[in-house]
Structure formats: C-alpha cells, structure tokens
Design a protein around this ligand. Structure first.
Ligand code: ADP
Ligand code: MG
Length: 238
C-alpha cells in the first residue's frame, strides 16, 4: 500500500483552476521530487498534502486514512519551507523542541529528542545559540531538526535550499540524502531545479500548469521523456 495517495486532487482559486485533477502515489521510504517551473502549482499541492490548504476536489489518503478533514498537526507530516522562520528569541534547542512543548511533552523527553536530532544534523555544539548567531546552512539544519523531532511518517520539503548559496546547496543535498538513509523516512521534495531533481530523486513527478506530465525515475525520464515539455525541462536530447 502506498504511504500517500492523491486521487483527482483539484484546487481552484476563484475561477482559476491551478491544480487540475492530480492522481499520484508515493511509496513508503521513497524520495519523491516534484519538479516544474515557477507557478506550476508545486507549493499549492504541497500545502494541500500538509493540510494547510483544502482541496476543491479529490481525496488525500495517508497510510490508508482519508485526511481531507484532518488538520495539519494530525496528519503525521512535517514540512520544511523555503523561508524557515525560526523564533528569534529562542535558542536552537528551544526552536527544535517548540512543537513538543506545545504538545505537552515533558522537558526531559523533549531534551532527549532534540539531542538525538542535533546529533544527526551536527548541531550539538550550537544548541544554546540564538538564530541570529547561526549561518544560513545552520539555520536550515535547525528547521530540518524541528521536523525530525516530530517523527513524521512523511517529510515535506518545499524548495528548502533556494535561499542558500550554490556551494552550500550542494552540501545540503548530500546531507538530505544521508538523512533519508538514516531516518528511513518518506520524503517529498519540491524544486524548480532540474539538477536537484535528477540527483536526489528515486521518483520524479514533472508538473506543468497544474497537471502531472510524467512520473518516473530520473533515468526513465531522461531516456524516455513522454513529450517535449518533459524533454526540455529534464534536459534530455529528444
Ligand atoms: P509553484 O510553487 O509551482 O511556483 P504555486 O503553487 O505557488 O506554484 O502557484 C500556482 C498558481 O496558483 C500560481 O498561478 C499562483 O499565482 C496561484 N496561487 C497560489 N496561491 C494562490 C492564492 N492563495 N490565491 C490565488 N492564486 C494563488
Ligand atoms: Mg512554490
């Protein structure tokens, strides 16, 4: 059974249909990349999966449970955005433990979970710092740490690296791949960057104007693009 199933997911803003009946399955522990040009609907689709936006039509099923009317905190997901606003007055530890504090998790248990995530992300020496004393890459790691402590069944990343410089982006790509191995988690990753998609994905979903153009492995898309749009976007010679 797929971890995530989308059936006929549609989103209208007023008269404008921006997501046009998407069907999709994401399997357990898969690293799936949604790729497509700016404005094609990637963030809208992610926000619907996360429960931050309701679908106009269609069903979202996670681990066999229909989620349409389930709030974002109860979907078993964690989302990392492009602008990962950290709380400036809280330390790294405070930021990472905040959702657990809201959920009433006792202090010692919070600390243990934060330490575990900090170890994975190499943030242990920085736990007492405030965000303003961190580099861009370190802040990004804290945002990922906030997601890890929630033990989500699915991680959602929406262009999490686009504010970082090129060298750091490459490094973070490698770290995310390692994280995927280490956590054994399902990850959905949004980017408009073909190179990120080709290097990170088990499965790529090419989006264009609110529809899925093609789904496949990086190699399948490269060698057998279904149409000119996919070929042009993925960079294969067809
Ligand atoms: P992407 O993330 O791929 O760049 P988005 O999902 O942000 O694309 O946007 C898809 C389309 O939906 C765009 O045309 C955008 O202008 C439109 N859109 C997104 N959010 C809203 C909204 N709240 N109200 C009206 N239109 C929106
Ligand atoms: Mg977007």
């Amino acid at each position: 059974m797929a971890t995530l199933q989308l059936s006929n997911i549609t989103k209208r803003f007023g008269d404008t249909e921006v997501i046009k009946g998407i069907d999709l399955e994401v399997n357990d522990r898969e690293f799936v990349v949604f790729v497509g040009p700016s404005g094609c609907g990637k963030s809208t689709l992610m926000r619907m999966i996360a429960g931050l936006e309701s679908a106009s039509e269609g069903d979202i099923v996670i681990d066999g449970q229909r989620m349409n009317d389930v709030g974002p905190a109860d979907r078993g997901l964690a989302m990392v955005f492009q602008s990962y606003a950290l709380y400036p007055h809280m330390t790294v530890e405070g930021n990472m433990g905040f959702s657990m504090r809201l959920a009433g998790v006792p202090k010692e248990e919070r600390r243990a979970k934060v330490l575990e995530a900090a170890k994975i992300l190499q943030l242990e020496p920085l736990l007492d710092r405030k965000p303003k004393a961190l580099s861009g890459g370190q802040r990004q790691r804290v945002a990922i740490g906030r997601a890890i402590v929630r033990n989500p069944s699915i991680f959602l990343f929406d262009e999490p690296l686009s504010n970082l410089d090129a060298a750091l982006r490459v490094q973070m790509r490698i770290e995310l791949a390692r994280l995927h191995e280490e956590l054994d988690a399902t990850m959905i990753y949004v980017t408009h960057d073909q190179i990120e998609a080709m290097t990170m994905a088990d499965k790529i979903v090419v989006l264009h104007d609110g529809v899925v153009e093609q789904v496949g492995s990086p190699m399948a898309l490269y060698h057998h693009p279904r149409n000119r749009f996919v070929a042009g976007f993925i960079g294969s010679p067809k």
